[in-house]
Design a protein around this ligand. Structure first.
Ligand code: ADP
Length: 272
């Protein structure tokens, strides 16, 4: 750590002079290392469900004369293949978010509509886990961005809040504005996250409790997707947590002004 890596190229010029081109390779190296780690992690994560499906298929083939066993193992195969499908989808989503033109066509988005849609999508899972969802909102707040991506971000936070909560606890969502920033807070009464892990949970495939994450259908990519979506919108994710008491993840986004387009918004700001 701390070593500077330079790539130096030397070109001879007329009159015995030389041109020296020095390029800092530290950053390029780091990006390359991250890419290699990601590929290694992805292969590992994909091999597990693929291997399981293979074994289950063999068992089904060997149990052809026992319909009960066939039904049981076919059910497990279908569950594994659903997990594999959502993992592949999240990997694709994440790689799209990492490209420089992730936010191609931004528009004005109603924050309450995003929250409502995200709440609707986790309702079934929450009911199955006997977790009460308490939705909140602030009418009229808008941000500038991609509605589908913002919905995914809030939904991932809600999904985690539900999955890392105990039955009969509450998960609430609040929307507020503070200093031209919109804050969407997802509050749970779940397991909490120890201080030394609070940075790391946003890393790809990092999990506090591997078994719990997988058992509840986690890919390990949810929070890194949220972080990328926040960054692409000029925002950030904040995390407050007390171990054993719960966590609050807050998506902080710049508030949008203006009636319809960013040009109008600019005029409005200048006029006031
Ligand atoms: P996963 O699919 O494993 O949930 P995430 O990237 O969404 O992946 O989260 C990474 C890890 O952070 C989780 O495995 C879990 O250990 C921890 N985590 C995320 N959200 C919460 C929460 N609301 N309460 C407690 N732990 C959480």
């Amino acid at each position: 750590a701390g070593t500077l890596r330079m790539q130096v190229r030397v070109a001879p010029l007329r009159g015995g002079r030389v041109l020296v081109l020095a390029e800092d390779r530290t950053q390029a190296r780091r990006v390359e290392e991250m890419r290699r780690d990601f590929v290694a992690n992805v292969s590992h994560e994909l091999k597990t469900p693929v291997g399981a499906i293979g074994l289950l298929a063999e068992t089904v083939a060997e149990s052809a004369d026992d319909p009960e066993t066939v039904r049981y193992f076919a059910g497990r195969m279908s569950k594994e293949s659903r997990r594999l499908g959502s993992l592949v989808q999240e990997i694709i989503e994440l790689s799209r978010l990492q490209s420089p033109d992730a936010l191609v066509d931004p528009e004005l988005v109603e924050v309450d509509a995003v929250v409502q849609e995200a709440v609707d999508r986790v309702q079934v899972e929450a009911a199955a886990r006997k977790v009460t969802l308490v939705p909140g909102g602030t009418p009229g707040l808008r941000v500038y961005g991609d509605e589908a991506l913002l919905t995914t971000a809030v939904r991932n936070l809600l999904d985690n809040a539900v999955r890392y909560s105990s039955p009969t606890s509450r998960v609430s969502v609040g929307v507020s504005r503070d200093d031209a920033l919109v804050r969407i807070a997802v509050v749970d009464q779940g397991t909490g996250i120890p201080e030394e892990m609070r940075e790391r949970v946003f890393e790809r495939f990092y999990r506090l409790d591997d078994a719990r994450s997988r058992e509840t259908g986690g890919s390990g990519l949810g929070l890194s997707i949220v972080k990328h979506i926040a960054n692409d919108h000029g925002g950030r994710v904040e995390l407050w947590s007390t171990e054993g008491r719960g966590s609050t993840f807050t998506l902080v986004l710049p508030e949008a002004y203006g009636p319809s387009s960013p040009d109008d918004a600019l005029e409005t700001t200048e006029a006031t």
